[in-house]
Design a binder for this molecule. Structure first.
Ligand SMILES: NC(=O)c1ccc[n+]([C@@H]2O[C@H](COP(=O)([O-])OP(=O)(O)OC[C@H]3O[C@@H](n4cnc5c(N)ncnc54)[C@H](OP(=O)(O)O)[C@@H]3O)[C@@H](O)[C@H]2O)c1
Length: 335
């Protein structure tokens, strides 16, 4: 201890003061970040959806027939938005459209349009059909929700070409091309909201989901860059970060504090828009409270992109792969 004091005394006083000032600034920024995090997660509501249009304004939702997309459509309908529903299976879209139209018959009526397209085929004709469908509509909201992950965690070198091709085509090209069709409508009306589903898999590099992880990291940078470009046009662009939610994609059925169901997650996603000022990357938010705590803790300690985080993700996904392979072997035996 005495040695340490002697060492400090030997440092010239101006240097000591400069070090103390840097330390105080650092702690001040950390405290401010913690305060913003607390307010965002537990106190503040996000931007009111009415900013993007009155009742009867249209919302376009991709991947709308199941999971989070279906829930986005359902909750936007409840808030008075007409819907353009896009996904692969026409029958599922028609059933959802009929259910929602029936539910909101009395209150001014809900209008829906459904478009069946397979984003993995990257067919220009599909995007032309989408353009024809939306060009005369007052579209205020776009939910870029469609996405595909690996069927189970898999080493990159064992990933089937078709799987990695589909992941990149659906998640990246599908989102870009849909936005290129819809955003000009918002630009003309000088307001709009573009939400894109990101993932913790893209926020933190995830071995054994490497292609999915890369596709979601692509969306992170693209979305934040686009946000800055479209700010002057009155369009809010936000990436929505999420850890697991109970859907067909995650294959998790049981909810917990860490794993909400689509209803809870989407309520938070639509209620907390723009509350991510504490996050490392701008124009990004983590709506579900336990996901936000995890993101804040990691970003303020080891870092989402650190070797430690990647090693933890690796171990976790090796375990998930092993469990999935054992289950597949058990199921095969039963048949
Ligand atoms: N669930 C999670 O734990 C989680 C976590 C982080 C991020 N996310 C992201 O959240 C988004 C939604 O995920 P989810 O869990 O709700 O998925 P999901 O339950 O599997 O639903 C996917 C939806 O996308 C549609 N779809 C899939 N492939 C398509 C294709 N090739 N062309 C057109 N539509 C297609 C499906 O339509 P059909 O039924 O007609 O095929 C379905 O409506 C994704 O971007 C995902 O990466 C999910």
């Amino acid at each position: 201890m005495e040695e340490a004091m002697k060492f400090v005394d030997a440092i010239p006083q101006p240097v000591q003061l400069a070090c103390a000032a840097v330390g105080a600034l650092y702690l001040g920024f950390k405290a401010l970040n913690a305060f913003r995090f607390f307010l965002s997660v537990f106190i503040l509501s996000g931007t009111n959806l009415r900013k993007y249009g009155k009742k009867g304004t249209w919302a376009v939702v991709t991947g709308a027939s199941d999971g989070l997309g279906k829930e986005f459509a359902t909750q936007l309908a409840a808030k008075g938005f007409n819907l353009v529903l896009v996904s692969r299976t026409k029958a599922k879209l028609d059933t959802l459209a009929a259910e929602l139209e029936q539910k909101y018959l009395g209150s001014g009526g809900l209008q829906t349009k459904a478009l069946a397209m397979d984003f993995s085929s990257d067919d220009d004709a599909d995007y032309e059909r989408l353009r024809d469908l939306v060009s005369d509509l007052d579209v205020g909201i776009l939910i870029n929700n469609v996405g595909q992950s690996h069927s189970i965690p898999v080493p990159f070198l064992q990933t089937k070409t078709e799987e990695l091709q589909n992941i990149v085509t659906i998640n990246c090209l599908g989102t870009l091309k849909t936005t290129a069709v819809v955003a000009p409508i918002m630009q003309k009306r000088k307001k709009g909201l573009i939400l894109t589903m990101g993932s913790f898999g893209g926020w933190s590099p995830t071995p054994y989901l490497a292609t999915y992880s890369g596709s979601k990291a692509f969306l992170q940078h693209w979305s934040s860059a686009l946000a800055q470009e479209l700010k002057g046009d009155g369009i809010d662009v936000q990436l929505v970060l999420s850890y697991l939610v109970t859907t067909a994609m995650s294959k998790v059925r049981r909810t917990s504090a860490m794993i909400p169901n689509p209803k809870g997650f989407v309520k938070a996603a639509l209620g907390k828009i723009g509350t991510g000022s504490w996050m490392t990357v701008a124009h990004t938010y983590t709506p579900w409270w336990t996901h936000a705590i995890m993101a804040w803790a990691v970003e303020n300690t080891v870092g989402a992109g650190s070797a430690i985080s990647i090693a933890v993700n690796h171990k976790m996904h090796i375990d998930i792969r092993n469990r999935a392979l054992k289950k597949a072997a058990r199921d095969a035996k039963k048949q």
